[in-house]
Ligand binder design. Sequence first.
Ligand code: CIR
Length: 254
Amino acid sequence: MPIAITREVSPSIARCELTHLAREPIDIARAVAQHESYVRALEDLGCTIVQASPQPELPDAVFVEDAAVVVGEIAVITRPGAESRRGETASIAGLLARYRPVATIDEPGTLDGGDVLRIGRQLFVGVSERTNRDAIRQLERHLAPFGYRVTPVDVAGCLHLKSAVTQLAESAVLLNPDWIDARAFADFETVAIDRAEPYAANVLTIGPVALCASAFPRTREAIERRGIETRSVDVSELAKAEGALTCCSIVFEA
Ligand code: CIR
């Protein structure tokens, strides 16, 4: 039974970091309601929800994914690329210490969990505006003893690696070939997003089901045509903060 760590939307979310999007007003009540639907969808998919303590003064605290990388043996607490987000990690470290030994990424490394795509014993890590090669080397040092392989992947045009590619099934990924070099995923079956929906590559797959954002129906159809069951949630207000589906949880086996 997977655990999903989540954290409620901060009332200060309007002051979130933005890199590739223009600032738009965020309807907080709607963002909160959408986040609650997201959490319910995770519960419906069998996750036990563990809520991190609210951090109302930290605008991006709902995007817990960026604070840690969890594998079966260990949790690695990140050092987020945006300085405004560094205060988010301590509370997540405290929670994860209940489940795993905890290691850290230290200065000068910067790493956002959104840049880490784990598929089995392989970790693809985006080299992005948030994640640098020093942190990737530190991550590799923490994980290599457990048999994990770490592969850096250049990311251009989007915030994180997982804005451009996520896992759909054991050996299949969903990707946007405009933002990463698809050859890095040559060993996998690839499903391409619909070109009219560039932000659609971020899906959260739990067991056999891919949770998709309702804003991207064409890509959802492409996933279903591949024979993968999908569910959808509306996260349009969180998307204005440059967040997507994987960002709002840290999912791992207890
Ligand atoms: C940020 O720019 O850091 C937040 N506004 C959005 C973070 C989204 N996180 C993710 O994709 N893992």
